[in-house]
Design a protein around this ligand. Structure first.
Ligand code: FEO
Length: 173
């Protein structure tokens, strides 16, 4: 059985992960509007991954006999100054999510909830990847600067990302 402190914090994390999906979907719309379909594709895939993250918490609460409570999702920004600005914001957002996950790990440890600690390790590792992948695009955009050719190449690379729906909710996304 999950205790109420962990349950409430995990419910908040469902909101945070769903907000992440919303944020990245909004970025996908922005990239489509400025004719960068590869960037838009990357963000769409990212939004789908975030929903899987939310569902992992959803399933875990249920499996532990807890109660899922969904709350209102804030509206994300809808415009950014440039592709670089959007990816810098994505990177900052991932750093915030990492801090949230670390806070959950601290709570699980202080509550001596070993099942939750183990469950959260997947997210600890995932956040290393999430920060690295957004930071990588930030660095590439800085190198490309205002050069249209560089931007076009990055767009083509980001177009190659695909999202594969995991066969079970507990598999990696
Ligand atoms: Fe679910 Fe990008 O953190």
């Amino acid at each position: 059985m999950i205790n109420s402190k962990i349950q409430d914090s995990f419910n908040k994390q469902i909101n945070a992960e769903t907000y992440s999906a919303y944020l990245y979907l909004s970025m996908a719309a922005y990239f489509s509007s400025i004719n960068l379909p590869g960037f838009a594709n990357w963000m769409r895939c990212q939004a789908q991954e975030e929903l899987i993250h939310a569902v992992k918490f959803f399933d875990f609460i249920n499996e532990r006999g807890g109660e899922v409570t969904l709350t209102a999702i804030d509206g994300p920004p809808t415009r950014w100054d440039s592709p670089l600005h959007a990816f810098e914001e994505a990177y900052k957002h991932e750093q915030k999510v990492t801090a949230l996950i670390n806070g959950l790990v601290d709570l699980a440890i202080s509550e001596r909830d070993h099942a939750s600690s183990t469950f959260l390790q997947w997210f600890v590792n995932e956040q290393v990847e999430e920060e690295a992948s957004t930071y990588d695009v930030v660095q590439r955009l800085k190198l490309a600067g205002d050069q249209g050719g560089g931007m076009f190449m990055i767009d083509r690379e980001l177009a190659a990302r695909t999202f594969v729906y995991p066969t079970t909710a507990t598999q990696g996304a």
